[in-house]
Write a protein that binds this ligand. Structure first.
Ligand code: PMP
Length: 438
């Protein structure tokens, strides 16, 4: 696919109305944003008529685009109203599904995005413990709440990595106090975690952790790290807040359940909305009481005009009901086939690449050794350029591959879609090997 004239024209119009021509910093614009005409299952069709296998959609659409059961349920619902200041049965049904499936969710509250879910979960941890600071994993992404985004990863300075234990605020003008209230831990670093939390334990409300942080490398949590986190948090009365906005899709019970983590609070989003805006804060009933109970006034009042809107509730329930154990098993199986195939390709070409991920998620790294944490996964300028080249080549072969984050599979994908990805990677490594020799 090469024709881009309509996308080019739309981008030109967009530049007149958006600060950089897009409404989100996360829109891929290399070489140009691809304006979508429609989605069809695992594929996107752009305004110029090009078809792309969609490995991006920010990991939201676990059934791909236009999943019929969701579309039909939502169309039905539209006729009877989409926004009420009253509760509906739909929110109870989705809550029942989540509490039945996800061990860490005894009670739940719905909001409209992952950012909002993480924000309220941090507030809940503060309200429950009476402590104001948090600890979080360096390099991980948790949305745009000031305290959640501080420490999402900065480039190493001239002297190498900053050994500083507190987080760098994410943007100019952030209140400096934010940095004092956010302490950094390195993923899979047991000794660092125990030492750091020991030093500041009385100030920390929670450890915010994504069990397999996508931006920090989409790296497996080592069992010893999970164990140390669990024991240290328990020892000091620190809550564990698992951010599963992205990784809930790793299994029927979510990611914490998969990796043996028992969080006090958990956030979800993306797949549980069936393609509509959603976020959820769940957790132990005792902790969730900060949002109120029959007898008590809330320590933490939480509202939201569109929170628990019936469209997201119904779409989410229908999408999640279709995620049976069999559906998760099949995703796991095509995910394994893809990751094994990519590894085999790397071995065949003796290329300096590696692959991380699990279930329906994968990430390709231009690194001979698979990274163990954010700093290992961090790309030098030349590695970043190489990944850009790879992304462009995939695009030319009709595949949308996100850069610097997790790529995702959906139940709409078939073995031939997996082959398409494997062939594209094989072709890319062959081109690279050739250009290296010239
Ligand atoms: N937490 C994690 C782990 C995420 O991956 C994301 C989104 N990529 C968020 C929070 C923020 O979610 P949203 O974009 O819905 O605000």
């Amino acid at each position: 696919p090469t024709a881009r004239s309509k996308s080019r024209h739309l981008f030109h119009r967009a530049k007149a109305v958006f600060p950089d021509g897009t409404t989100r910093a996360t829109v891929e614009r290399d070489p140009l944003p691809i304006y979508v005409e429609r989605g069809e299952g695992a594929y996107l069709v752009d305004v110029d008529g090009n078809r792309f296998l969609d490995l991006n959609n920010f990991t939201t659409l676990i059934h791909g685009h236009g999943f019929a059961p969701v579309s039909e349920a939502v169309v039905d619902l539209m006729r009877s109203g989409t926004c009420f200041a009253n509760p509906t049965e739909h929110e109870i049904a989705l809550a029942e599904l989540l509490t039945a499936r996800i061990p860490a969710i005894e009670h739940v509250r719905f909001v409209n995005s992952g950012t909002e879910a993480v924000m309220f979960a941090i507030k809940a941890a503060r309200a429950f413990t009476g402590r104001h600071a948090i600890a979080r994993i360096e390099g991980a992404y948790h949305g745009a709440y000031d305290w959640a985004e501080a420490g999402q990863g900065v480039a190493p300075g001239k002297g190498g990595w900053d050994p500083g234990p507190t987080a760098t605020p994410a943007y100019r003008g952030t209140p400096p106090s934010v940095a004092d209230e956010v302490h950094l831990l390195r993923f899979n670093d047991v000794e660092g975690l125990e030492r750091r939390l020991g030093e500041i334990s009385d100030r920390i409300a929670c450890v915010l952790i994504d069990p397999m942080p996508s931006r920090a490398g989409l790296i497996h949590p080592e069992p010893a790290f999970i164990e140390a986190l669990s024991n240290t948090a328990r020892k000091y009365g620190i809550l564990i807040l698992a951010d599963e906005v992205l990784n809930l899709r790793q299994s029927y019970g979510g990611a914490s359940a998969r990796y043996g983590l028992t969080p006090d609070l958990i956030t979800a989003g993306k797949i549980i909305g069936g393609g509509f805006p959603i976020g959820a804060i769940g957790g132990r009933a005792e902790v969730m009481r900060v949002f109120g109970s029959d007898e008590t006034k809330p320590l933490l009042p939480q509202g939201g005009t569109f929170s628990a809107n019936p469209v997201s509730m119904v779409a989410g329930r229908v999408a999640m009901e279709a995620m049976t154990q069999d559906a998760y098993d099949r995703l796991e199986q095509i995910g394994d086939r893809l990751r094994d195939g990519l590894q085999a390709c790397i071995a065949r070409h003796e290329a300096a690449f590696s692959v991380t991920g699990a279930a329906s998620l994968f990430r390709i790294h231009p690194k001979r050794l698979a990274p163990r944490e954010f700093r290992d996964a961090y790309l030098s300028a030349s590695e970043a350029a190489l990944m850009r080249t790879m992304g462009r080549q995939f695009l030319e072969l009709g595949i949308l591959l996100p850069r610097g984050a997790a790529a995702c599979l959906s139940t709409a994908m078939t073995d031939s879609d997996i082959d398409l990805i494997l062939n594209a990677f094989d072709e890319f490594l062959a081109t690279e090997a050739k250009s290296g020799k010239e």
